[in-house]
Design a protein around this ligand. Structure first.
Ligand SMILES: Cc1ncc(COP(=O)(O)O)c(C=O)c1O
Length: 459
């Protein structure tokens, strides 16, 4: 049975009918994506990356769903994030993707978090702890093969391998690296990094180090570079059904966005032609028509630079966000259709109810009852979906050629007749492209002011 996870005070506020703006996270989609990523990785083990509150999706619920779907590991960036998962009762293996400060060692050992290591003093400190407790600490040693962020640089591989091999308080469980350009069109960098990783594995073996787990792949590696799969893959963004880049399109690989960002119309007014809207009057109504106000703004994580650049779903159609996005509110152009206070507005994700003019469009209203039914039969999520018979897509007068054309406009024939329907979902990829950033930044920027409601918690 599908349930709403409504344990915190923020969720209670929504349930009580206060500000209707919220994030909904479909845990069936998370489970589906983990299964799909495992299949794409040819059976490699999955380490689901749930750092940064599971990329804004809610770490505890996502971690549980990922483990239910077969992930054997979880990964976080910070010791604090690992401790939070332990406090929530999650007992899966948890990998820290970066070395924490030495001062964190006692906590991480007490919570059985597995550190990624690369610095001599940190490994020495762990060795001492391991010897002190009479049981070696399992570690994953990271080698830098071309990312140049963290990890042992090649000139220090030999010394670090020898240190680990001769440290009785430390046991090498994993040997890993991180890919810098796996999400780009074919470049030599990835194959060079993978070749360097193979050299590191061989060099470690020569001093007697044989890691049970070798791992290199993030989502893009998993989707695009079979040579990177090794024994374990570490997908993050793909778990959430989002694309690492346009090269690795999540929908094309059968991944489903798990997050919907939803609000409601809070105010509606009819304006005269040329009426300027919002701070700076950066948009004017092209004709007399309706403007809806929606109670969400940049304090919730809708970037102000998306002003005049995105669309929402309202009344079964895509409609442009117009005028400056403000801290708590934004405006939507509805043309000659009167919005009603309380109408659902979908900022990210699929519409949850059908337009009055026809049958439901897009993915089903709620999450399916089990992973086996997800995704539903039919076109993959993200594929263009037809409007119902009789429903004509309308030209959108809301975009101002003086400012920026909102993305997703219908294709038009030479006579101006729209020829294709935009999909009835808004993808984080659209926001990322319009804001000149990545999907990662879009979802991790959604603030804690937004309650996260998890659907599909209990079966
Ligand atoms: C070391 C490491 N592995 C895996 C990941 C997951 O990457 P992605 O979200 O692109 O799948 C990250 C994310 O930044 C990372 O830092």
């Amino acid at each position: 049975m599908t349930a709403v996870h409504a344990t915190d005070s923020r969720t209670t506020a929504v349930a009580a009918g206060l500000r209707p703006t919220r994030i909904e996270v479909d845990l069936d989609a998370i489970r589906h994506n983990v299964g799909r990523l495992a299949a794409l990785a040819g059976g490699a083990e999955i380490c689901a990356v749930v750092k940064a509150d599971a990329y804004g999706h809610g770490a505890e619920a996502v971690a549980r769903a990922a483990v239910e779907a077969g992930a054997t590991w979880l990964a976080v960036a910070l010791a604090e994030e690992g401790l939070q998962l332990r406090d929530a009762g999650i007992d899966a293996r948890i990998l820290l993707l970066s070395e924490p400060p030495v001062a964190a060692i006692a906590d991480l050992l007490a919570a059985d978090l597995t550190p990624t290591v690369y610095r001599e003093p940190f490994i020495a400190a762990l060795d001492a702890q391991g010897q002190g407790r009479g049981r070696p600490v399992l570690v994953h040693l990271k080698v830098d093969t071309g990312m140049a962020r963290v990890g042992v640089p090649p000139e220090h591989w030999q010394a670090r391998f020898e240190q680990v091999a001769t440290a009785p308080g430390v046991e090498l469980e994993g040997l890993c690296t991180h890919l810098a350009r796996a999400d780009e069109p074919p470049v030599d960098t990835t194959s060079q990094q993978l070749a360097a990783f193979d050299r590191a594995i061989a060099q470690a073996a020569r001093v007697g180090l044989h890691a049970r787990l070798t791992h290199a792949a993030n989502t893009a590696g998993g989707l695009l570079h079979p040579g990177s799969h090794h024994v374990l893959v570490r997908p993050g963004i793909g778990v959430y059904g989002l694309s690492p880049s346009s090269e690795g399109d999540a929908a094309e690989h059968g991944l489903c966005p798990a997050l919907r960002l939803v609000s409601e119309v809070s105010f509606a007014k009819h304006v005269a032609a040329h009426t300027p809207v919002s701070y700076g009057h950066r948009w004017r109504a092209p004709e007399a028509g309706w403007v809806a106000t929606v109670p969400i703004g940049y304090a919730d994580g809708v970037p102000r630079r998306l002003t005049n650049r995105i669309q929402v779903l309202l009344g079964g159609r895509r409609r442009p966000v117009v005028g400056a996005i403000t801290m708590d509110q934004l405006m939507v152009w509805c043309g000659d259709e009167e919005p009603v206070v309380g109408d659902e507005v979908v900022l990210l994700g699929a519409a949850s109810r059908a337009p009055a003019s026809g049958p439901p469009q897009g993915p089903p209203p709620g999450p399916p009852s089990g992973p086996s039914q997800w995704p539903p039969p039919g076109p993959p999520p993200g594929a263009p979906q037809e409007l119902p018979p009789g429903a004509q897509p309308r030209p959108r007068p809301g975009t101002d050629p003086e400012t920026d054309q909102a993305p997703g406009a219908e294709a038009a024939a030479a006579d101006g007749t729209p020829t294709a329907s935009p999909p009835l979902q808004v993808r984080a990829e659209e926001w990322a492209e319009a804001a000149d950033t990545v999907t990662y930044e879009i979802v991790t920027s959604l603030t804690t002011r937004l309650p996260r409601i998890h659907l599909g918690v209990a079966h």
